[in-house]
Design a protein around this ligand. Structure first.
Ligand code: SF4
Length: 303
């Protein structure tokens, strides 16, 4: 493999592939409930970027409850992926109850919590530390949606927190040894190639453990989608070739110890306005692999 994939990581650490089960634990987000804003990030879907997530209130989940049926899933374990909205944003006792319910379930090898850096406070850090000690045989990962380090893009997308807050969250999580996966988005209107590579260089130095690379999707029922429907010349949804070229260059300059959990997103196809080529995920992955081979690129080779 030319890059450090999530499958490879699973093989090394668990001797099998693990699958995320996306959960919607009924949280909201400070960018949605009016604390910071009530419009959300400009691209955020009504489901808080958790379109396939299943409702979770701490009940015991079984394989039959999962939307995705992986053929080989029966042999492997699953990861409880708290995906929708900001999953550390709530009363601490509620967080404890939900995380423990997932950690107590044998079907889950660990939990993976998606949130915002400004929703990582001292109480949350103490709770994560407590649970790591209580469940030494399970893992706890954190996912943070940074998207870019470019402040103009961050303002445009209404992210609602500064890079300094991101750095503070990383430091606090690293002090208790929580692995961190960071999301970035390619195709933001104010991010050119150089600013994207600056984001990667920054992440290389930030001591993160994993990355998820997404394409900016223009979706129905989002502010971005509505703007695009009104005037489709205002923005430039990336072409497939542009996306592949960016991803391949990112792989070349990404530290080889950072696990790549995603090379493209997995949104609801019916909600996509543009770019429509993004519907064929298999093709995109094939093209990326083909390009890596053609240009003889391996992760970190440009460093
Ligand atoms: S932080 Fe996440 S859940 Fe909140 S508005 Fe932005 S994309 Fe949506």
């Amino acid at each position: 493999m030319r890059y450090y994939s999530f499958s490879q990581y699973c093989k090394e650490h668990f001797n099998r592939k693990l699958y995320r089960v996306a959960l919607d634990a009924g949280f909201t987000c400070p960018n949605r409930d009016g604390t910071i804003d009530n419009r959300g990030c400009i691209f955020c879907s009504q489901k808080g970027s958790g379109d396939f997530a299943i409702p979770f209130e701490g009940q015991v989940l079984n394989r039959e409850d999962f939307i995705y049926n992986h053929d080989d899933g029966k042999k492997g374990d699953y990861i409880a992926y708290f995906q929708s909205y900001s999953n550390t944003y709530g009363p601490i006792d509620r967080l404890r109850k939900l995380y423990k319910a997932a950690l107590d379930n044998d079907i889950f090898q660990g939990i993976d919590i998606a949130t915002r850096p400004d929703c990582i406070n001292e109480e949350v850090i103490d709770l994560l530390n407590e649970l790591q000690n209580e469940y030494p045989h399970k893992f706890i990962w954190l996912e943070l949606g940074l998207q870019t380090i470019n402040e103009i893009s961050a303002k445009w997308m209404r992210r609602g927190y500064s890079l300094e807050i991101f750095d503070k969250a990383i430091k606090a999580l690293k002090e208790i040894n929580i692995p961190i996966i960071v999301h970035i988005i390619l195709g933001l209107p104010y991010d050119d190639k150089e600013s994207i590579y600056k984001t990667i260089d920054y992440l290389n130095k930030s001591n993160i453990d994993g990355i998820k690379i997404h394409l900016l999707n223009y979706l129905y029922d989002t502010d971005l989608g509505n703007e695009y429907l009104k005037d489709n010349t205002k923005y430039h949804p990336l072409e497939e070739e542009e996306y592949i070229d960016l991803v391949v260059n990112i792989i070349a300059r990404l530290n080889s110890n950072i696990v790549i959990h995603r090379l493209t997103g997995d949104g609801k196809k019916d909600d996509l306005i543009a770019p429509l080529w993004a519907k064929d995920k298999r093709h995109i992955l094939n093209m990326i692999n083909h390009e890596l081979k053609k240009r003889n690129i391996r992760q970190g080779c440009a460093l």
